[in-house]
Design a protein around this ligand. Structure first.
Ligand code: SAJ
Length: 427
């Protein structure tokens, strides 16, 4: 049993703090937001995540989890604060490390010889050594690997499955020195069933960033293939399905762009660190970032014009079956459609709060001249095309996430446009 201070009670910090508490550790969760501290101290949660309510309640009732505004002395400090992506030049972005810096400074008030400090936040290469360890040394004189142990253990969990993945996933544990990695591994080995892989801190930082960069580059390749298919007249999705029959090929899927707070963000952290070298990474980001504009331009060409036209946008979450709208390409698509003076209606059964007005299903379809499928929510696959057609002014659908059964929709009289395929003459 150790005393552990978790700094940041968000999507990663709160589940981590409560799981550690239910494993018998004495945990203090720290957050700069007083209402978060209050909610957690009442055994409640301020974020949506399956199962989290039960674990937090159990952890607080047992007395093993408490929350406060400032850190207190502990054996272990885990930093799990946000590292948002912010503009750092014309068309380039980088990491905002202010929260990591201030969390590190806050723990410097109480850290002592022999303690372990872990950074879990996704961070640019060099952060653990150059910000966390360096700040501790400057403020307290404690040197990483000697007086204090400092490591990076990036979180790699998928929202919606956090409690499972927190326990089951393998962890990469990067120490500022090998002794730091060893010390941090012992903590994780006590509560995860996945394996711990020890390495140095910068490698661990890059592992996390490259996992998501790999997906971004792969999706950019799929989006480029979609453009090639639209130019040359084949179906990009069919090419991908058949190419992926090869045991060593895993092409991703084209779509309206890349959203979420990870894949559209993490590549910038690599680019920021080495802009001259990260050319493919930057190009992939530009390709995916430019997708909404391409999509709207394709729609404009196919419809002849967009001014005054009724467009129903289905799906504003950044991906299927989630309620998260952060960095969603749908938001850019809607903004661009409105800039063309299109009359946009929006429907998303998973999202309840959004910067544009949301409509009900029927209301969104009434009088629409085209239905734009922008998010792959499961329920969209079950839409009844005949009923949809009855409400629309003209039966035209543009499936950007390849979720609809084309035969059913064309049978119902729809003009069917699909991502990565040229419009057939006459349709
Ligand atoms: N997308 C495509 N084509 C595809 C796959 C995805 O256009 O073939 C789009 C999606 O529609 C979405 C975006 O990419 O807009 C990102 O979706 P995602 O499901 O690929 O990724 P995230 O951001 O929900 O979760 C990722 C995961 N990383 C990896 O799979 C390597 C998750 O495991 C990480 O925990 C998370 O990022 C994170 O925290 O970094």
């Amino acid at each position: 049993m150790q005393s552990i201070c978790v700094l940041g009670l968000g999507y990663i910090g709160l589940p981590t703090a409560s799981v550690l508490a239910t494993h018998g550790h004495q945990v203090l969760g720290v957050d700069v937001n007083p209402s978060v501290v209050d909610v957690v101290n009442q055994g409640k949660i301020h974020i949506e995540e399956p199962g989290l309510n039960t674990v937090v309640q159990a952890a607080t009732r047992s007395g093993h989890l408490k929350a406060a505004l400032a850190p207190q002395p502990a054996d272990v400090f885990i930093i799990a604060v946000p590292t948002p992506c912010v503009p750092n030049g014309e068309h380039t972005f980088g990491a905002d490390m202010r929260a990591v810096r201030s969390a590190t400074e806050a723990l410097c008030e109480v850290v002592k010889e022999g303690d372990l400090v872990i950074l879990e936040s996704t961070s640019p290469p060099g952060t653990t050594a150059d910000i966390v360890a360096a700040t501790i040394q400057a403020r307290t004189g404690l040197v990483a690997g000697q007086g204090v142990f400092v490591a990076h253990c990036p979180e790699r969990v998928l929202p919606g499955r956090i409690l499972h993945e927190l326990i089951d996933n393998d962890r990469v544990i990067g120490g500022v020195t090998p002794a730091c990695a060893e010390r941090a591994s012992r903590l994780y080995a006590g509560f995860i069933t996945g394996k711990c892989f020890q390495t140095d801190a910068t490698t661990a930082e890059m592992v996390k960033l490259m996992e998501n960069t790999y997906r971004d580059v792969n999706i950019a390749l799929a989006n480029e293939l979609a453009l090639i298919a639209e130019e040359l007249g084949f179906d990009a999705n069919e090419v991908i399905t058949l190419a992926n029959r090869h045991p060593r090929v895993h092409l991703h899927r084209p779509g309206p762009g890349v959203g979420g707070h990870c894949i559209s963000v993490d590549p910038w952290f690599v680019h920021e660190a080495a802009p001259a070298q990260a050319r493919l990474i930057k190009l992939a980001r530009d390709i995916n970032h430019g997708r909404p504009e391409q999509v709207v331009e394709t729609l404009r060409q196919r419809m002849g014009s967009l001014g005054g036209r009724r467009v129903a946008v289905f799906g504003v979450a950044y991906k299927g079956n989630v309620d998260d709208v952060r960095e969603s390409p749908s938001t850019d698509i809607i903004r661009l459609l409105k800039a063309h003076d299109a009359q946009v209606t929006i429907y998303d059964p998973h999202v309840h709060q959004y910067e544009y007005d949301l409509s009900g299903l029927r209301e969104a379809l009434d009088g629409a001249e085209v239905l734009l499928m922008t998010t792959g929510h499961d329920e969209f696959a079950f839409l009844e095309p005949n009923t949809v057609a009855e409400r629309m002014a003209s039966p035209v659908v543009y499936d950007l996430v390849a979720i609809l059964n084309e035969a059913r929709w064309t049978e119902a009289g729809f003009t069917f446009w699909k991502v990565g395929r040229r419009v057939n003459p006459g349709s």
